[in-house]
Design a binder for this molecule. Structure first.
Ligand code: PLP
Length: 395
């Protein structure tokens, strides 16, 4: 089956009793048993639910894995993986550019428990080799990253990590399996904030872990039930519905991202555009080989002040100012005040996350309207004032 066919058909036959083409939501807590302990594979919805099971089957198919476990949020999914593989004294290697919530969980939850977080530059895989030790259990990365859209060589990183005996976890939220298939590049586990492109409509929060090897995946599946961070059957049903248009949406998101990135590159108030599809992006060549498209996200640095960046993101008509991304409606975010505010300012600046970095999630509206919205907003800021210039120079 091709990708689009899988999103609609994989594990989703019509309902056998009525012929309903959309399988119903199994909105139930428990299941009547034939005799004590005799049931048809379902005994309690925290442990298993037919709607959730169907979604897990589709996600595993789309990523080319064998099993999946869905959770009540992307962070709950990440938590299960970290808890499954890290105990006090164990080490994890991550790049500087990770989602702020992942950074917070590592430093505020796992570090105090005695786990060691090694942060290196994944653009230079030698740094990963140097950081590996017998205590390294996981090498964790996003690609493209949030919010600077850096691209890392997943195949090379996986080779290095495996040589040191560590497992590789790839957060595939930004690329989605439509544009990137981490298992084919060597990943052992894939995590997703399903909240974003997979569900696609900004109407639920959900996460997933996908595995390809039963032994590697089993501890995560165990924790799904043992920790209990599951999503509701209704949210699973909504994700199944969203997934049916994943290919269509991703094609549109990507087309719109290119239009937005090109327009921003030409604007005098834009200092830098981060989009892997631009030939001057440092990860462009890797993206061309490991992805089948450049994704739908675009970030840029305003040539101005934090005040101007705040004004701009608050003044747009079609980009709603809000956290999150990947929905059909365009969103804009100022990471330093929003998604990445939990990272201390000095750390953020050292990682190259400036205070005027703006992250865009172009939705599925017309590209023309969005480009006009953005360029008009930038035009309204006017030419860069000397006062602003002095403020930047002094900052
Ligand atoms: N991973 C990435 C790349 C994200 O952008 C996010 C959220 O923004 C998460 C994980 C966490 O997902 P959730 O918000 O569904 O918990």
């Amino acid at each position: 089956m091709d990708f689009a066919t899988k999103t609609i058909h994989a594990g989703q036959p019509s309902e056998p009793h009525t012929g309903a083409v959309v399988p119903p939501i199994f909105q139930t807590t428990t299941y009547q048993q034939e005799g004590p302990g005799e049931h048809r594979g379902f005994d309690y919805t925290r442990t298993n639910n037919p709607t959730r099971e169907r979604l897990e089957g589709v996600l595993a198919e789309l990523e080319g894995g064998t099993q999946a476990a869905v959770f009540g949020s992307g962070l709950a999914a990440e938590h299960a993986v970290l808890l499954a593989y890290l105990k006090p004294g164990d080490e994890i290697i991550v790049p500087g550019d990770v989602y702020g919530g992942t950074f917070r969980m590592l430093h505020k939850v796992f570090e105090p428990l005695g786990c060691v977080i090694r942060q290196v530059d994944f653009a230079d895989p030698n740094q990963i080799t140097d950081a590996l030790s017998p205590a390294t259990k996981l090498v964790w990365l996003e690609s493209p990253t949030n919010p600077r859209l850096l691209v890392y060589d997943i195949a090379e990183i996986s080779r290095r990590a495996h040589a040191g005996g560590a497992l590789v976890v790839v957060d595939n939220t930004f690329a989605t399996p439509f544009f990137q298939r981490p298992f084919e590049l060597g990943a052992d586990l894939i995590v997703h904030s399903v909240t974003k492109y997979l569900a696609g409509h900004s109407d639920l929060v959900q996460g997933a872990v996908i595995g390809r090897d039963h032994e590697v995946f089993a501890p995560v599946k165990f924790l799904q039930n043992a920790l209990g961070g599951i999503p509701s059957p209704f949210d699973c049903w909504l994700t199944l519905r969203g997934l049916r248009t994943l290919e269509l949406r991703m094609l549109r998101h990507a087309e719109n991202a290119i239009a937005v990135a090109e327009a921003l590159s030409l604007h005098p108030r834009v200092r830098k555009v981060y989009f892997p599809g631009l030939t001057d992006h440092p990860g462009h060549e890797i993206a061309r080989t490991q992805m089948t498209g450049f994704g739908g996200m675009v970030s840029f640095e305003l040539d101005g002040t934090l005040k101007e960046a705040s004004e701009l993101v608050s003044s747009l008509r079609y980009f709603a100012l809000g956290e999150s991304l990947g929905g059909v409606r365009s969103l804009v975010c100022l990471p330093c005040k929003m998604t990445h505010a939990s990272i201390p300012a000095e750390t953020r600046h050292a990682l190259g996350l400036s205070d005027t970095l703006i992250r865009l999630s172009p939705g599925c509206e017309s590209a023309k309207d969005r480009v006009k919205d953005l360029t008009s907003g930038l035009d309204r800021l006017g030419a860069k004032s000397e006062i602003a210039e002095a403020a930047v120079a002094g900052s």
